[in-house]
Design a protein around this ligand. Structure first.
Ligand code: GLY
Length: 353
């Protein structure tokens, strides 16, 4: 078992290891004064892990209640946000009571925003059940819901009290869900860690614990330097500007992980064509994405992707900050005009010269 300490505005541990789900009651009893713990899960994660979560909490003396949402991106909605707030109020949770998010990124992001705003903030625990949530969305305190106009447009920075990442759960994921998370793992390799490339090449499932720890350590370093996303943290958005456009243009039929893979390939191909990175880097990223059957491009036009990306929250004063991989394990922020962003998309979408 490994503990990675995240020294953000609220310091907390990310606990990584086999069976850590069953320690949630014990962990919480050292961290909070709660009597009641509300578990938010989805209709896939609750049947699989709800009983174990409840048993651990109840044997540590907590009362539990649960709110189950349908799985999928559509649940990250303003309607569910309000429903869960009303549920917590009806159940009479107080400011010292606690919310546990048991699920992937949708459950974690939605629950985090509920926890951040219910009674102006209650303690919150993340138990990621997907690789994507384990290495990315459960760590660092970003939480949000989607609005009609775009993804993650209402949210907060709200750090959890602890993150429990059970490698037995993540290791048992079916290949398609595992692969979605691998897109974010490849992202960490591309932006900051040559070691991640090596661990993936040697076998991602075999090296799972080490891969997750390495990604969480990278995220810790970035978040501790720029918790509120005003500079360095934007590195974590490698490939995400085209990815959010791809997700939305596909009506969310293309998953976040798949869209991130395509987005990273599009950005690195464009960067290479513009001479902004070492030759061969886009092939390396593409090869890793293909290893996990992830897409390496998208069937949308640069014009349509650009139009959707312009509604993305990350533009400021007509400028967009893109992430450019420079070499294996190193990337930089690169600020361009809106028009240049469309050019990046066009260059990256065409796979030839
Ligand atoms: N998922 C990107 C971030 O946490 O900043």
């Amino acid at each position: 078992m490994e503990r990675v300490r995240i020294n953000a505005s609220r310091a907390y541990d990310v606990v990584i290891g086999r069976g850590v789900l069953d320690t949630v009651g014990d962990e919480l009893s050292h961290l909070v004064k709660s009597r009641t713990v509300a578990i938010v899960a989805d209709d896939v994660t609750y049947p699989l892990f709800g009983a174990r979560t409840k048993a651990s909490l109840e044997s540590a003396g907590f009362y539990t209640c649960e709110y189950i949402i349908p799985h999928g991106e559509e649940s990250k909605s303003a309607e569910n946000y309000i429903r869960i707030l009303e549920f917590l109020a009806e159940r009479g949770l107080s400011r010292t009571d606690c919310l546990v998010a048991l699920g992937g990124g949708v459950v974690g992001d939605l629950s985090g925003f509920v926890a951040a705003s219910f009674l102006r903030g209650i303690p919150f625990v993340q138990i990621p059940t997907t690789l994507l949530a384990a290495v990315d969305s459960s760590v660092g305190g970003k939480c949000a819901i989607n609005l009609q106009a775009g993804k993650n447009l209402a949210g907060a920075f709200y750090q959890p009290s602890v993150v429990l990442c059970d490698t037995e759960i993540i290791g048992s994921l079916p290949d398609d869900i595992f692969s979605e998370g691998m897109a974010e793992v490849i992202k960490y390799g591309a932006i900051r860690s040559e070691k991640v490339f090596g661990l993936i090449e040697d076998g991602a499932r075999e090296n799972l614990g080490e891969l997750i720890s390495e990604c969480v350590r990278i995220k810790r370093d970035v978040v501790c330097e720029d918790e509120f996303d005003t500079g360095l943290r934007q590195l974590l958005n490698f490939g995400h500007t085209p990815a959010h456009a791809i997700e939305r243009l596909s009506d969310f039929k293309i998953s976040h992980g798949a869209a991130v893979a395509a987005g990273m390939c599009i950005m690195s191909r464009a960067a290479e064509k513009l001479g902004l990175c070492e030759a061969g880097i886009s092939d390396e990223i593409e090869k890793l994405c293909k290893k996990f059957s992830l897409p390496t491009t998208a069937q949308f036009s640069a014009k349509d992707m650009f139009a959707v990306a312009m509604r993305d929250k990350k533009r400021a004063l007509g400028k967009i900050t893109l992430v450019i991989p420079r070499t294996r394990g190193e990337s930089v922020l690169y600020t361009v005009s809106e028009e240049e962003t469309e050019k990046f998309f066009a260059l990256g979408l065409s796979e030839g010269e």
